[in-house]
Every structure is written in structure tokens, then in C-alpha cells.
Design a protein around this ligand. Structure first.
Ligand code: HEM
Length: 147
């Protein structure tokens, strides 16, 4: 019964995390092309970001639960590779969070409409790290099919 609950939570975490990361990527692409969406994006992204973190926490807790309770053999090597990739998702997630906060303070809204070099650089970095993280999310999901 407990294993089934962890399994369910693993899928729920997957839906929140992978879904959230994909939605964030789609809206951020639209935000680049449209300033109005850009403003709306800055308002909605904290909620999407929380959804992704909730997904990750659910995945990690349930993942540990599954590993402890599982009755059938699993591929420990693939699981180890998966753990390494999950570590990088968390790492880049923290970096993106810090840069997001920095971008907000550098935002043209807070600096009399002027777009600074720092703002553009930070925005570019967030974009690169977000793409890396999105790829990592899909890689971990793909890899999990072989555990
Ligand atoms: C981004 C993080 C993660 C994603 C996207 C992810 C995704 C998945 C998916 C799609 C499956 C296959 C479905 C299933 O059998 O339930 C799976 C299985 C599994 N995951 Fe994860 N997972 C993540 C993190 C973790 C972590 C951190 C652990 C361990 C600490 C873990 C342990 C496992 C195990 C042991 C299985 C095998 C279950 C089985 O063979 O029935 N996962 N994961």
C-alpha cells in the first residue's frame, strides 16, 4: 500500500515538475516577443516556479520511499546516473531562483525604464540555465523508463 502511495506521489511530482518546466519554457518564449506578456510572465512565474519545486520535492521523497520499499530488482547504475542528473536540476534551479531575484531588482520597472547591461546579461543567463534544466527534466524522465 505504501509503495503504491509513493508511486502515485512520484507520478504526481512528475506531472507538476515536468509540466511546470515545460509551461515555463513556453510562456518565456512568448514573453521574449511581447512586452505585455513579459510583464504578465514576471507575475505568474513565481507560482509556476513553486509548482516545479513542489514536484521536485515530491519526486525526491517518493523516489527514496520507492527505492527502500521496492520488491523487484532495479538497475542501480541507471538510478545513480538519475540521481546525478536530479542533483544538477536542483543546482540549476537554485541558480535560476537567485538570478530571477537579481533580474527583478535590475528590472527597467525599478530603474526608471532604463534597460541595463546587467539586466540583459542576467536575463540571458536565466534563459540558458532554464533550457539546460528543461533538457535535464526530459532526460531524467527518459532514463527512468530504463531503471
Ligand atoms: C526529476 C526527478 C525525477 C523524475 C522526473 C523521475 C521520474 C520517474 C519516472 C517517470 C519513473 C517511472 C515510473 C514509475 O515506475 O513510477 C520513475 C521511477 C523510479 N524512480 Fe524516479 N524520478 C525522479 C527522481 C527520483 C529520485 C530522486 C529517486 C530516488 C531517490 C527516484 C527513484 C525511482 C525509482 C526507484 C523508480 C523505479 C520504480 C519501478 O521500477 O517501479 N526517482 N521515476
Amino acid at each position: 500500500m505504501l509503495l503504491e502511495i509513493f508511486n502515485f506521489l512520484h507520478f504526481l511530482g512528475l506531472a507538476f515538475g515536468l509540466g511546470g518546466a515545460t509551461i515555463a519554457a513556453i510562456i518565456s518564449r512568448k514573453a521574449e516577443k511581447d512586452a505585455e506578456i513579459g510583464k504578465a510572465f514576471m507575475k505568474i512565474i513565481p507560482s509556476v516556479s513553486k509548482l516545479i519545486w513542489l514536484g521536485l520535492i515530491l519526486l525526491i521523497i517518493s523516489g527514496i520511499g520507492i527505492t527502500l520499499l521496492i520488491q523487484w530488482p532495479i538497475n542501480r547504475q541507471i538510478l545513480l546516473v538519475k540521481h546525478i542528473l536530479v542533483f544538477w536540476i536542483v543546482f540549476f534551479g537554485v541558480v535560476i531562483g537567485v538570478k530571477m531575484r537579481k533580474m527583478q531588482t535590475l528590472s527597467p520597472v525599478n530603474s526608471k525604464g532604463k534597460i541595463s547591461m546587467g539586466f540583459l546579461r542576467t536575463r540571458k543567463q536565466i534563459k540558458v540555465f532554464s533550457i539546460i534544466n528543461l533538457i535535464l527534466w526530459y532526460l531524467v524522465t527518459l532514463l527512468s523508463a530504463f531503471v
